[in-house]
Design a protein around this ligand. Structure first.
Ligand SMILES: [Zn+2]
Length: 277
């Protein structure tokens, strides 16, 4: 049994504030070990449950946050940027039996700790076939095309609730309960590690590869906080402006859909000005 863990940071234990997840910030240095603790707990749980191989794919920011030296020695870790499937890189080779979304968070426009979709503030909403989409929902549709079930989701309480929509069967562990976008009632790393390890062990039982799902076409709509960002996004072929601050495109597969989304957010990120957005 081979497990892939997609590890994002905003939904990690103890994280509630932008500096907690900002590479280089003193609080980020501290929170890295709690993030690593969450991931390692999932790794241990999957091995407890019978996994033969676990690959961790770093999925936050520059994708260089986890402390490799603190992970269980049986694991392998994919770290660093520029991967064709980004947050779920590694799922496309036909050998993954189940995927875990660890440290995931609510999407742009939702409640929840550090809620966003790819870009921190400039994206104010994303919809996939008219359903409001988080990163978890988008990635769940990508991995379904490879027949890989989402078996475990960890994050705040809102991320877990969101996962009910895209992975109803998956085990969920809320490591904190949101109070606002920047505040949460947090549980200690020791406690969340025990919860995550137990859930991952049970989740290993759900890791059974399925028939690849051909669920397309997929229409993705993205709303921005400034109109020039919508205009900037239209340089991506196939992307059309559907409102003052909104664009949309349609892809036959979610593989293309997520890659176009990446292109849109990369172009838009380059068009954001420091003061005026
Ligand atoms: Zn994220």
């Amino acid at each position: 049994m081979r497990i892939l863990i997609s590890a994002d940071m905003e939904g990690a234990t103890g994280v509630t504030w932008p500096a907690d997840v900002l590479p280089g910030a003193p609080q980020w240095e501290r929170c890295r070990s709690m993030f690593t603790s969450d991931v390692n707990a999932a790794v241990l749980g999957f091995f407890d449950g019978g996994a033969d191989e676990v690959l961790v794919n770093e999925a936050h920011s520059t994708m260089r946050n986890l402390l490799l030296e603190q992970l269980d020695e049986r694991v392998e870790m994919l770290t660093g940027r520029h991967k064709s499937l980004s947050m779920v890189e590694g799922v496309q080779h036909g050998d993954v039996d189940g995927i875990a979304f660890v440290g995931y968070h609510a999407g742009a426009g939702m409640e929840g700790v550090l809620a966003h979709t790819y870009l921190a503030n400039s994206v104010t909403g994303v919809w996939l076939n008219d359903v409001r989409a988080s990163e978890g929902l988008l990635n769940a549709h990508v991995v379904a095309e490879y027949g890989v079930p989402v078996v475990l989701v960890t994050g705040d309480d809102v991320a877990c609730e969101d996962a009910l929509g895209y992975a109803p069967e998956a085990l969920k562990v809320a490591v904190k309960d949101h109070i606002s976008r920047y505040a949460a009632v947090c549980r200690t790393p020791a406690r969340t590690a025990a919860d995550i390890r137990a859930a991952a062990k049970a989740a290993a039982g759900l890791a059974v590869r399925q028939e690849p799902l051909d669920g397309g076409p997929f229409t993705v709509a993205v709303e921005f906080d400034a109109e020039h960002l919508a205009m900037a996004a239209t340089v991506v072929p196939g992307v059309a402006r559907i409102g003052e601050r909104k664009i949309a495109y349609t892809s036959a597969t979610m593989y293309e859909g997520i890659r176009t989304f990446k292109a849109v957010t990369t172009i838009v990120a380059a068009a954001i000005e420091e003061q005026y957005g």
